[in-house]
Design a protein around this ligand. Sequence first.
Ligand code: ADP
Length: 176
Amino acid sequence: MDPSVLDRIDIRQGDITRLQVDAIVNAANTSLLGGGGVDGAIHRAAGPQLLAECRTLGGCPTGEARITGGYNLPAKYVIHTVGPVYSGKPKDAHLLQACYQNSLALAVAHQVRTIAFPAISCGVYGYPIDAACRIALETAATFLKDHPELEKIIFVLFSSRDREVYIERFKALSDK
Ligand code: ADP
């Protein structure tokens, strides 16, 4: 893989709500009205205005993405995407890839230069981290190649184990 692409991917452990980036991505549900996990953390940190804006959007189908302000977050925007509930069927991978692709497309349409993703679908929705991580990294690398204006994609993992999985998969991608 091209070093000019790999240099623009960052893998970290931490809390995505703390990141000073142009946009953070929320692993939302189809209602966009908040939930647990990273969604709950983002709404708590952004404040009630985020929920008020989400109410105006009328939900979001699985695989698609919607953008709102970041309010009290350090990030300017929140991009809400709805990952698939893991079923073990081939459509899971297509939908998860669509989440990353549609979030990135929405980001560049709003002049976002730096964006951070959590491990979409890898919590309550049960997607195995290794399979999900491969989709995340490959979709990101392909998108960066086609979009030189996007400076950085950061993957923020909550656990050190998940971060290890991403680092291993990233090394495999670098050797390609
Ligand atoms: P989903 O319903 O899409 O599975 P979850 O929020 O349950 O979404 O989990 C997605 C991932 O986000 C999980 O790996 C979880 O550990 C992680 N996560 C939870 N809170 C945060 C946070 N504040 N920052 C980054 N990642 C988080």
